[in-house]
Design a protein around this ligand. Structure first.
Ligand code: CAA
Length: 398
């Protein structure tokens, strides 16, 4: 039985187990499959791949959506060769869930590994220094799941503390970062690897009016972020401090965004109301987030913005509602243009793009000190993180 000495040690550890500083993004890596599809060619590619050329009205609609999407190209793992090997993927009368889950079981962790290796290389410490792993994907329907496979591929320590988040959709990256923040701030010295890996193959289907927008916007990608508090002075470089985090569900919107496993893979629905629902709720959500850090009258144009680019209309609506200067959502628009909506992985690409833009900025004084990260997913759920640029803070202190 543990005695009084054990109790004293446990009690004293409790006092010192929290970190002193906020959780901080220390490194970012991204990866995509090799196969690139230009958005201008996508309609022909998709209707050809699914042998649906005869659906001319739907094809015209897909063309209209692609032209208005703000997307130039996407990376998509699924190709004609995979369909030749597994024709059930485009036959809705034949079950294909098993085939898809088999492919995902290899490809999802593999893509995550590629992003994670880049993040770990940037971080500069050995992979065995990672204490926690949070993996988010909408493609996982199997255990042991992608988190364990990623841990093995990277050679993480056997005691790494793993969590898998499933079907959080486009808010998966935001949710995983929030959990990483909690872990890093409550476990002194913790270094959390957040990995999101999304492949549309699990929800690929033949053209259908209700899903045509999703097929016109979604792409494949993986993002990895290393999070830890109190960066060590010798070599860890803080990129973004995560100051406060919250999750808000918009009441009565459960019908608007959703995913469900079926015998033909993951079925999804996207209501046409999504951009309006976000527009109507974003202001209050942001006010609540900034009030929680003592800012009751934030000027939205004084911030830097990391917004999940769910679709061009969502970004337009946020711009419009908050009267943002045209360049405020530039990082989100660029990621949308170059990759499409990669669901939960996208937010890592946006953070990566923001820091690249920041590095190019010559005048450090011009860089906003405060920022905000927003991600949207089924619910409709909004994940919000108030961010701070550690470099601007450093300038003020000097
Ligand atoms: C899955 C997750 O967890 C979270 C997510 O991120 S989900 C993805 C969220 N993204 C969205 O909801 C898409 C947001 N929408 C958009 O970006 C834009 O509406 C768009 C690029 C799709 C179209 O651009 P637009 O400026 O609205 O053009 P608009 O002419 O009004 O629409 C083009 C066509 O798309 C249709 N459309 C738009 N949204 C639709 C939807 N959700 N479902 C079905 N059709 C839709 C319109 O009805 C229109 O059809 P017709 O041409 O036949 O009239």
């Amino acid at each position: 039985m543990p005695g009084a000495t054990t109790a004293t040690i446990v009690d004293s550890r409790r006092c010192t187990q929290h970190s002193e500083g906020p959780a901080t993004v220390l490194a970012i890596g991204t990866a995509n499959p090799e196969n690139i599809v230009l958005q201008d060619d996508f309609t022909d590619y998709y209707f050809g791949l699914t042998k649906s050329e005869h659906l001319t009205e739907l094809k015209d609609k897909m063309n209209r959506i692609c032209h208005k999407s703000g997307i130039e190209k996407r990376y998509i793992h699924l190709n004609a060769e995979i369909i030749r090997a597994h024709p059930e993927i485009i036959d809705k009368h034949v079950p294909s869930l098993e085939t898809r889950v088999d492919i995902m079981a290899t490809e999802v962790p593999k893509l995550a590994e590629s992003a994670a290796r880049k993040a770990i290389a940037e971080w500069g410490r050995p992979a065995t220094d990672i204490t926690h792993l949070i993996f988010s994907t909408y493609s996982g329907c199997r255990a042991p799941s992608a988190d364990l496979q990623l841990a093995s591929l990277l050679g993480l320590r056997p005691s790494v503390s793993r969590t898998i988040l499933s079907l959080h959709g486009c808010s998966g990256g935001g949710r995983a970062l929030q959990l990483a923040k909690e872990i890093a701030e409550n476990n002194r010295g913790a270094r959390v690897l957040v990995a999101c890996s999304e492949l549309t193959l699990i929800c690929f289907s033949t053209p259908d009016e209700s899903k045509i927008v999703g097929h016109g916007l979604f792409g494949d990608g993986a993002g990895a972020v290393i999070v830890g508090a109190n960066p060590s002075a010798d070599g860890e470089h803080p990129l973004f401090e995560m100051v406060a985090a919250s999750q808000t569900m918009i009441p009565g919107t459960e019908h608007a965004l959703g995913m469900q496993a079926t015998s033909s893979g993951i079925d999804f629905h996207l209501s046409i109301q999504v951009p309006t629902l976000i527009k109507d709720n974003i202001h209050q959500c942001l006010l609540d987030a900034f009030r929680s850090v003592g800012n009751t009258d934030p000027n939205w144009n004084d911030l830097f913005w990391a917004v999940h680019p769910g679709g061009r209309a969502i970004l337009d609506n946020i711009d419009d509602k908050l009267q943002l200067q045209p360049w405020k959502l530039a990082a989100s628009r660029q990621v949308l243009s170059e990759y499409g909506n990669m669901s939960g992985a996208t937010i890592a690409f946006v953070l990566d793009e923001l820091r690249r833009r920041r590095e190019k900025e010559e005048d450090m004084q011009q860089q906003p000190e405060w920022g905000v990260l927003l991600a949207f997913g089924p619910g409709v759920t909004i994940e919000t993180i108030v961010l701070r640029n550690p470099l601007s803070r450093g300038l003020k202190e000097n």
